[in-house]
Design a protein around this ligand. Structure first.
Ligand SMILES: C[S@@+](CC[C@H](N)C(=O)[O-])C[C@H]1O[C@@H](n2cnc3c(N)ncnc32)[C@H](O)[C@@H]1O
Length: 503
């Protein structure tokens, strides 16, 4: 039975107000606990100095973040009476099971951005060895969920589906911040569904509907203009934790999320899925995602933003070393990856959009740089969407370009016949994505000429006058070069300003 009880809107408001007034937010709470990241509490780190332990913030941090018990007398003295009564009524603070005169929180309650999320505890209040239940509700305060939230767009949408919503964090944050007019939080476990409904009320967000079932089953018949997912992706021979395990290759849930898009994503809508999946030796992940879409793949554009890569051995060994799998299972998983022809695991954001027009779909794969975030991903999608429209070549010729300030041009020189000669040139940038490519000296001269804004046509004419391109190259052919330089972040085209470029 979930430990939480539902209550009146007033009780939830009392609790929210008590948390807010105490300054129970990520940064103040982390500082009070001596942590740089609040998520470190999940590893058992952090403590409250004696001087601060009986302040409202100190008490809330001890109860809800560290999972300690506290004297009932302190609870009643430090927090307002109506808040204490609401905390008790909602099951957020209990005395049953605690030593006499003490109380504890049967859940973890953490601030995430401007919201609060209740999830399952990761330790026992009596500090005896803790075994997480199979349907444990994944904490919203994890670094993984933090990254997931940061990668989601701020642009408004009508109907958002958060698949595998756990605490309901994606749906509650989107509806609570006004990004989504309505949001559905869907999860396979009854426990997560109960927590998501509770969290929506705790945050006073009414536009969230928490539903229980296998992926799209509880929303059959509905369509969405935004689907978000941070699914389980850890390889497992058999499921121990629903929040983590996803079949022998770890891709089972991700594949089914993608396969459901033709039925559940409306034209113009997008999926944002943060996951880990495989590049196979003969087919990269982006090509495989396209296959998962089935016969209607032509209606969908795919953008894959890669954050990390792991070798097959690393993944199998890591599971064993972290005590998540027995050595035997680690070996069996590795043998399975190799037999299937896997090459490496890729941790990536998969964005899939159902394009509204009749045109060829695009498939793009990028590597995230240190500054790559939601704004850069949205920039790329806007740029690619515009670029896929017919007649865009004209804009490429007429628009003004400037070289960006983020890239470096590295020139390698070697001795040749007793004198230093240019042996190669490489363009490199981390922004908006990580890109490096070899270029010819003529392309460097043309980039140098883009220190000042020039139209595509002027650049073309300049290149011809300087004999940088052959005479027979047409302006339209030349636009392909301009397009690829903008795509990589080396040139900026008027109207497609990079979010993080100066000026
Ligand atoms: C890694 S957790 C992420 C939770 C939440 N979205 C977040 O980012 O904090 C994955 C969630 O997917 C849910 N899940 C696993 N298999 C599912 C399925 N077949 N259908 C729906 N939800 C599923 C789990 O119960 C869990 O809550």
């Amino acid at each position: 039975m979930p430990p939480l009880r539902t209550g009146s809107a007033e009780q939830f408001r009392q609790v929210r107000q008590c948390l807010e007034r105490a300054g129970f937010r990520e940064q103040p709470a982390a500082s009070l606990l001596g942590l740089t990241r609040l998520s470190d509490i999940l590893d058992g780190k952090g403590g409250v100095d004696a001087g601060a332990s009986d302040s409202p913030l100190g008490l809330l941090a001890r109860l809800f973040l560290l999972g300690d018990s506290a004297p009932v007398s302190v609870l009643e003295r430090v927090l307002p009476a109506e808040a204490v009564s609401s905390l008790r009524a909602l099951g957020l603070v209990v005395e049953e099971g605690a030593p006499p005169g003490q109380c504890f929180a049967p859940v973890l309650l953490a601030p995430v951005g401007e919201f609060y999320f209740v999830s399952d505890r990761v330790s026992r209040p009596d500090r005896k060895p803790f075994v997480a239940p199979g349907d444990m509700v994944f904490a919203a305060v994890t670094p993984e969920t933090g990254r997931f939230l940061r990668l989601l767009p701020n642009s408004p949408c009508e109907r958002l589906l958060d698949l595998g919503s756990g605490t309901g964090v994606g749906a509650v944050a989107a509806a609570g911040s006004g990004v989504a007019r309505r949001a559905w939080a869907a999860d396979i476990t009854a426990r997560a569904t109960h927590f998501a409904a509770f969290n929506a009320q705790l945050n006073g967000v009414e536009a969230v509907c928490a539903v229980e079932g296998d992926l799209y089953a509880p929303v059959a018949g509905l369509v969405f203009d935004r689907i978000i997912a941070h699914p389980p992706y850890v390889p497992a021979l058999k499921t121990q934790w629903v929040f983590r395990d996803a079949g022998e290759m770890g891709e089972e849930i991700t594949r089914r999320i993608v396969a459901g898009l033709p039925e559940f994503l409306e034209p113009g809508g997008r999926l944002y899925c943060l996951t880990t999946a495989l590049d196979m030796k003969d087919r990269k992940l982006d090509a495989r995602v396209r296959e998962w879409l089935g016969g209607r793949a032509g209606e969908f554009d795919i953008l894959l933003v890669e954050f990390e890569q792991f070798t097959l051995k690393n993944v199998a060994a890591d599971l064993v070393l972290r005590g998540q799998r027995a050595s035997e299972e680690g070996r069996a998983l590795l043998a399975g990856f190799e037999k299937a022809g896997a090459d490496r695991f890729v941790h990536a954001l998969i964005v899939i959009q159902r394009h509204a027009g009749r045109r060829e779909p695009f498939v793009v794969r990028k590597t995230a740089g240190r500054r790559t975030g939601s704004a850069e991903i949205e920039w790329l999608l806007a740029w690619r969407n515009a670029g896929a429209a017919s007649g865009f070549e004209q804009r490429l010729l007429e628009g003004r370009y400037t070289a960006t300030e983020s890239f470096s041009l590295n020139i390698a020189q070697r001795f040749e016949d007793g004198a230093l000669a240019v042996a190669g040139m490489e363009l490199k940038t981390e922004y908006p994505f990580e890109t490096e490519c070899e270029i010819q000296p003529w392309a460097a001269s043309f980039l140098a000429a883009c220190g000042q804004p020039r139209t595509g046509f002027e650049i073309y004419e300049f290149c011809r006058a300087e004999n940088l391109v052959r005479g027979e190259v047409s302006p339209e052919e030349f636009t392909e070069l301009l397009r690829s330089l903008v795509d990589s972040g080396f040139l900026e085209l008027q109207g497609f300003k990079l979010p993080g470029e100066a000026g």
